[in-house]
Design a protein around this ligand. Structure first.
Ligand SMILES: NC(=O)c1ccc[n+]([C@@H]2O[C@H](COP(=O)([O-])OP(=O)(O)OC[C@H]3O[C@@H](n4cnc5c(N)ncnc54)[C@H](OP(=O)(O)O)[C@@H]3O)[C@@H](O)[C@H]2O)c1
Length: 260
């Protein structure tokens, strides 16, 4: 069944949206979806060339202004610099999508301090410090804002080799609640999304290599499909819109029933 398309091309007109990890996969789909609804988008990632390609796609497909910013979210200075760059170019930041994450298969018996540090600094500290930079700018300038953190159903269930990844996503779900608790009274509304498997390059490569069994996964997912990146983007846009104004501190599962 085709997805419902009730797109309002001006829904986010005048809004400035920062998407970390906006140069690939789910983040790229989120960046394009916001641009398609009128937003000015800032695409952040470590590889500036890859982020610049998405900016070129946005300018070509939607005729909207966009900006690529080289950012490593595991570095506090880069998180601050990202929000500064967005404000410097567009005058404000209205919406932050903390989408960038580190993923690697590391069985817990092999996990070292460097592994733990990389998972934590990217998947937990990145959203914290990018969110903090936005919240500080917004509260100082009497502005409101929205933050959406991209988590995973892995935060609530183990999978072999995913222990550190799962732990950081569980911690991110908790951080989402705390951010919402502390910052919503200041006008910064915070929520999260927790996808199951999505048709990104990483998942498709795992089907190819046999690490993931496609047919077994289809049997295990009640919806008998994995998500398209646009499914996740649509939920992020909903959580960024006024339609969801009374949803606060929630991490919404979007997995076709995979985690039931
Ligand atoms: N794919 C799935 O099935 C799935 C399922 C559940 C949840 N998720 C979550 O969805 C989000 C996106 O996943 P994805 O599969 O779309 O990822 P992806 O295709 O691997 O893309 C990752 C993006 O994040 C950027 N990135 C990685 N580390 C970064 C860092 N330290 N600082 C800034 N940018 C960084 C990458 O660009 P650079 O390399 O240039 O930095 C790239 O733009 C993640 O939070 C992931 O945990 C994914």
């Amino acid at each position: 069944m085709p997805a419902l398309d009730q797109t309002d091309p001006s829904e986010f007109h005048g809004k400035v949206v920062v998407v970390t990890g906006g140069s690939a996969g789910i983040g790229r789909a989120i960046a394009l979806a916001f641009a398609g609804r009128g937003a000015k988008v800032v695409v952040a990632g470590r590889n500036l060339e890859a982020a610049s390609h998405v900016v070129a796609d946005i300018e070509r497909d939607f005729g909207k202004e966009a900006l690529a910013v080289r950012t490593d979210v595991s570095l506090v200075a880069d998180c601050n610099g990202l929000i500064e760059a967005a404000v410097g170019r567009f005058g404000a930041v209205d919406i932050l999508v903390n989408n960038a994450a580190y993923f690697a298969l590391v069985p817990l018996l092999d996990a070292g301090a460097a592994d733990a540090s990389q998972f934590l600094s990217t998947n937990l500290c990145g959203p914290l410090f990018c969110g903090q930079a936005l919240a500080r700018w917004a509260t100082t300038n009497n502005r409101t804002g929205v933050i959406v953190n991209v988590s995973s159903i892995s935060g609530a269930r183990p999978a072999f080799g995913c222990g550190l990844y799962s732990a950081t996503k569980a911690a991110l779900n908790s951080l989402t609640k705390s951010m919402a608790f502390e910052w919503t009274p200041k006008g910064i509304r915070v929520n999260g999304v927790a996808p199951g498997h999505v048709n990104t390059d990483g998942v498709l490569a795992d089907f190819e290599s046999g690490r993931l069994d496609h047919d077994a996964m289809m049997r295990a997912i009640p919806a008998r499909r994995i998500a398209d990146v646009t499914d996740i983007a649509n939920l992020v846009l909903f959580l960024s819109s006024e339609q969801s104004r009374h949803i606060v501190g929630a991490t919404l599962t979007i997995d076709g029933g995979e985690s039931l």
